[in-house]
Design a protein around this ligand. Structure first.
Ligand code: PLP
Length: 434
């Protein structure tokens, strides 16, 4: 795009006989003349409409960030404690390209288990990343550079940015069926059928827990089936784990899919984010790891991960790594974190129960069992885009048009209002169902 704009500028500049053609405004205008305005992020549009709404009871159920029962953002007490312990540190130097080693060591233990065989055998390559998004991007670029024949299989639907990430890394994308609208649950049959079309060396993106946007996760038995198929077909699992601990309140339970694949002896990749489970959203702290076949292979892979990071951002930021290392590296803080992450998960789970209860008390004719069966920050409600529009227009309740409710924005004070509005928009004559 810039090239096109630059060519246009040179063309105009070359034709102009006036010195004024080279004034600052002329340069600025011609150089960027052909740059189109980017399409608006749908979440941004929701936030704008929410902010412009004057209704004091308005609700923003679009944002993917935790809120307490007063709808306020939360800084965990354990984070405050870690901050006080690292305050005054004299170390403000650059981290190495791969980030803080003590941090990545603790992170892979959290993901794979402290006594995981690949860790003991020195087969894990890992670098500190710019949160979950940065980990995915490193994986995508790694694929582009070293696995040029491999395609990435992405669930349908998924977190929308997955598509952008692998598109920008120029990796061929395939989609596999995941969600079944009729049951508002997993389409295990479709998933297995689609993945069986993968070719050896293809990479499959799996949400480790709390699938975004559906909140639908495979059961342990379904994970076993998926793992077996992928082993037979020699497909490489890449786990995007943006919600460890945040889904069930238990970090080990939320990593159960990864543990199933480990038991089956898979090599795998993993993206970890501390945005949600530690509330470190803006610190951009995460970990990207790959389990390789041998320690030598892991060493080579890690060196190439660093090589990809170097020209992008040179080395990752320090503060978040200091905080996470402090929390995971001290048993008292780790215990405290487990308690606090459990508290966040439990608040969300209790809002699911309340929402379903309220809807059923209103004698809604729609089934709402999926509200409590789904897990994590999001509830894929099953309402139509028109019903979402009506929630915004008639009730000042805002969410993405796919009907995804961020449960983090639901509180004991607004849940009954949400239930009443949902009941109204789903019981009118225009109801189109899921
Ligand atoms: C599935 C999934 N992956 C990755 C991310 C990236 O999050 P972050 O870059 O803030 O860690 C998100 C955030 O919503 C997500 O839902």
């Amino acid at each position: 795009m810039l090239q096109r704009g630059a060519t246009a500028f040179l063309r105009r500049g070359a034709c102009s006989s006036h010195a004024s053609a080279f004034s600052t405004s002329a340069v600025a205008q011609s150089l960027f003349n052909d740059v189109p305005v980017a399409a608006k992020d749908p979440i941004l549009g929701i936030t704008e409409a929410f902010l412009a709404d004057q209704n004091p009871e308005k609700m923003n159920l679009g944002v993917g960030a935790y809120r307490d029962d007063d709808c306020k953002p939360v800084v965990l007490n354990v984070v405050r404690e870690a901050e006080s312990r690292v305050a005054g540190s004299n170390f403000m130097e650059y981290l190495p390209m791969g980030g803080m080693k003590a941090f990545t060591d603790l992170s892979v233990q959290l993901a794979f288990g402290e006594d995981a065989k690949p860790i003991q055998e020195g087969r894990v390559a890992a670098v500190q990343s710019l949160s979950g998004t940065g980990s995915c991007r490193l994986m995508a670029d790694f694929m582009h550079r070293f696995l040029p024949e491999s395609r990435i299989w992405i669930p349908k639907p998924t977190w929308a940015n997955h598509h952008n990430i692998w598109r920008d890394a120029q990796v061929q994308q395939e989609q596999y069926r995941y969600y079944k609208a009729e049951t508002r649950g997993l389409d295990q049959e479709g998933l297995l059928e689609d993945l069986s079309k993968g070719k050896a060396g293809d990479v499959v993106l799996l949400h480790a827990c709390a699938h975004n946007p559906t909140g639908v996760d495979p059961t342990p038995e379904q994970w076993k089936e998926i793992s077996k198929l992928m082993k037979d077909k020699q497909l490489f699992p890449f786990f995007d784990m943006a919600y460890q601990g945040f889904a069930s309140g238990d970090c080990t339970r939320d990593a159960q899919a990864i543990r199933v694949f480990l038991e089956d002896g898979h090599l795998m990749g993993c993206s970890q984010s501390y945005a949600k489970n530690m509330g470190l959203y803006g610190q951009r702290i995460g970990c990207f790891s790959i389990i390789a076949e041998t320690p030598e292979e892991a060493k080579a892979v890690e060196s190439q991960m660093k090589n990809i990071a170097r020209p992008m951002y040179s080395n990752p930021p320090l503060h978040g790594a200091l905080l996470v290392k402090e929390i995971l590296g001290n048993s008292d803080l780790k215990e405290q974190w487990y308690e606090e992450v459990k508290g966040m998960a439990e608040r969300i789970i209790s809002m699911r129960t309340l929402l379903r209860q309220n809807l059923e008390d209103l004698n809604s004719t729609m089934p709402w069992n999926h509200v409590t069966e789904q897990i994590g920050m999001f509830c894929f409600s099953g309402i139509s885009p028109e019903q979402v529009d009506s929630l915004a227009k008639d009730h000042s309740i805002y969410m993405t048009r796919n009907g995804r409710i961020s449960m983090a924005g639901v509180t004991s004070k607004n849940v009954s209002r949400l239930a009443e509005a949902l009941h109204k928009v789903t019981s009118g004559p225009s109801t189109t169902g899921p």
